[in-house]
Design a protein around this ligand. Structure first.
Ligand SMILES: NC(=O)c1ccc[n+]([C@@H]2O[C@H](COP(=O)([O-])OP(=O)(O)OC[C@H]3O[C@@H](n4cnc5c(N)ncnc54)[C@H](O)[C@@H]3O)[C@@H](O)[C@H]2O)c1
Length: 362
């Protein structure tokens, strides 16, 4: 079992357990003041794991309130959160309660946000069940919901007390959901750890389809995210590195009206942004070719989602929203992000993105 301990500035301590049996550690982590618990996840994860978790928690807690909501981004809303809150108020969950969030990034975001505001804030525990949530979404404390104007526009920073990563639950993930996590895994290796990148290359064949990754692989990827968010909890500058590939990815998602999954869009974004890095930071062409190859081996063929002008218009709209400048964090080598004047965000002109796009899909 791998054990990490994250410390945030406001003295919040987050215990992270990664490995077989992590969920079984739940009763041992339980605090005496947690007299009631809400167990929250989307209906799919609750039907897969709800009974197991109820059995685990039943012995520790006086009253357990299992609640679910329909899966999918369309239900990651204020309305869903409100309905869950009303059900918990009705059930009498008070300030002696704790929220146990189970599921992918979506369930953790909704349940964590509920925990951030219910009775002015309850502690919560994160039990991630997708690859994306296990290597990324479960740590960092960003929680929230979508609005008709965009994704994750209403939310909070609220750190979970513990994150319990049980790798075996990944075995039966739908392949597309699995792949979304692979793209983030490649991103983490790219931005901080050339050794992890080489390991992904060596294991690409096995990792291409849903499987149970080794604890060490998950723990390393999660530690990269943890290290970045501890250094910059509120997204001042350093946390920008986690956006690698995402400026283009968000434009791709918008241009395809989300017909492209997040992982597929991130793979495309990494390809384009590395071409940009070649020009801006001297990222070596040979390393860029290794990234292209790994993405392809993991099931992301090089494919353009549409004409550059259509897709990049969305990036330009993003620029407008951010005060007229497009800031991107780019690597200068495998495992190392570039800085200029001590900052990670490099100002990029739309023309540079267009040129990188053209070079990627020539
Ligand atoms: N808070 C953060 O830092 C952060 C970071 C990245 C992404 N996110 C958010 O995460 C969400 C995407 O997360 P996701 O990709 O995990 O998707 P998701 O949570 O929507 O899960 C995808 C699907 O897989 C199902 N599922 C979950 N675990 C399963 C399992 N073990 N076996 C079988 N099916 C399972 C779910 O029910 C759902 O239908 C987005 O809403 C995104 O905004 C948040």
């Amino acid at each position: 079992m791998h054990r990490l301990e994250l410390l945030f500035r406001r003295a919040e301590r987050v215990e992270v357990l990664v490995g077989a049996g992590a969920w079984e550690a739940l009763p041992g982590l339980w605090r005496p003041e947690w007299r009631q618990a809400a167990l929250i996840g989307d209906s799919r994860v609750m039907s897969l794991f709800g009974a197991r978790l109820e059995a685990l928690l039943g012995a520790r807690v006086g009253a357990l309130h299992p609640l679910s909501f329909p899966p999918g981004e369309a239900h990651k809303t204020r309305d869903t959160k409100q309905r869950l809150e009303d059900a918990l108020l009705e059930a009498g969950l008070d300030r002696g309660g704790v929220v146990v969030a189970v599921g992918g990034g979506l369930s953790l975001d909704v349940a964590g946000f509920l925990a951030a505001t219910y009775q002015r804030g309850l502690p919560w525990l994160a039990l991630p069940t997708t690859l994306l949530a296990q290597v990324d979404a479960a740590v960092g404390g960003k929680v929230g919901v979508n609005t008709p104007r965009g994704k994750n526009l209403v939310g909070a920073f609220h750190q979970p007390s513990a994150v319990l990563v049980e790798p075996a639950v990944l075995e039966d993930l739908p392949p597309e959901v699995w792949r979304d996590g692979l793209a983030e895994l490649v991103k983490h290796a790219l931005l901080a750890d050339a050794g992890l990148f080489a390991r992904l290359e060596a294991e690409a064949e096995r990792l291409r389809l849903p499987c149970v990754p080794e604890d060490g692989l998950l723990a390393r990827a999660l530690a990269i995210k943890a290290e970045v968010v501890q250094a910059d909890e509120r997204e001042d500058d350093r946390r920008m590195v986690l956006n690698l590939g995402h400026t283009v990815a968000h434009a791709v998602e918008a241009a395809t009206r989300h017909a492209w999954s997040h992982g597929r869009a991130v793979a495309c974004g990494l390809r384009v942004e590395l071409r940009l890095a070649e020009r801006r930071t001297g990222f070596p062409a040979g390393e860029r070719a290794r990234v292209d190859r790994l993405l392809e081996q993991l099931g992301f063929p090089p494919e353009a989602p549409g004409p550059a002008s259509e897709v990049l218009a969305w990036a330009a709209a993003d620029k407008k929203r951010r005060g007229g400048q497009l800031g991107l964090a780019l690597p200068e080598a495998l495992g190392r992000m570039a800085t200029r004047d001590g900052r990670y965000a490099l100002v990029v002109q739309p023309g540079e993105l267009e040129a990188a796009w053209a070079a990627t899909f020539a």
